[in-house]
Design a protein around this ligand. Sequence first.
Ligand code: ATP
Ligand code: MG
Length: 351
Amino acid sequence: MPEAGNKKQVFSGVQPTGKLHLGNYIGALSQWVENQTRYDNIFCIVDLHALTIAEAVRPALLREKTREVAALYLACGVDPEKSIVFVQSHIPAHAELTWILNCVTTVGWIERMTQYKSKAAQVESVSTGLLDYPVLQAADILLYRTDLVPVGEDQKQHIELTADIAHRFNRLFGEAFVIPQPLLRAEGARIMGFDDPMTKMSKSRGEIQKGHAIGLLDSADTIREVILGAVTDSSMETHFDHASPAVRNLLTIYEVLSGRTRLEIEAHFEGKGYNYLKREVADVVINRLAPIRNRYLEINRDRAYLECILQRGAERAWTIAESTLRHVQELVGIGPWASRKTDCPPGNIGR
Ligand code: ATP
Ligand code: MG
């Protein structure tokens, strides 16, 4: 239980914006599960973040995706006995703390975020929510006194911003927040698209671009088709240090999923050609994802089970989030008069 232990606190989440892909698994979920007994863990489905591009929101689909992401957490090995799993919008404290943090965050800080710049370039009208998304993310993390945030490399800048916001708040109002740090994989922190090795594999792009990503629920045939169709080059180089970005991406996926050393991998693929490499990569991906897909189908058969997990998760998360928020409110001078109970006889208001 995060409240009781002296283990480090972990917090992380995924947006229910599309199909979870291999990059999400390698960069985030597989790390969560590998470290599950070492830390106290809170894993959130960050549905408020999925509203930042309003034109793309389909309300019924968003609810369904939220449930799908939660089921995938469990299917990937997140254990609700060891980790709190909940949906962000079930706890209003996230939005409340965001407002307070907005007031200690300079516009210059958030305008510098590279993810904001690249996402803003893809949409016609940029919402304030898209600009403010990293501050909501800071609130998510800071509410739970988080020490470590296991994420992909693309989120590193946001965690650094969170640390800056926490420092500034603590300096202006008093110690409220633990300063969090990102937890990144040494290899596989940024998996690239199979169609373009210069672009990070991402859910939003995977929805529109065939051959870009592998979904965690894709069939073995689809996985093989996407990997065999991956962009490569004509050099036939399979050494990590000399391979092109596209081939290095394939080697990295193989390295993380096979657990073999680089020397073994280089010896294994030496002189065998890219077709062989791709077939082997497809095999390790299929072997890893097949049990996840089966567990997902099983979990989905019992919708009430998942709802209970999420309800219990929200209750447990609520206790921690409320106590942080009340403390923050006290420090800035707002919120209910929790410590000064007054007896108000009924009917005397306005006299
Ligand atoms: P979107 O396109 O909607 O932003 P996304 O694929 O970037 O979707 P997120 O929900 O933003 O997914 O991120 C969930 C987690 O997965 C984060 O920890 C993020 O850093 C990680 N992640 C996302 N893409 C990759 C990737 N290509 N390689 C490694 N980690 C990734
Ligand atoms: Mg993202």
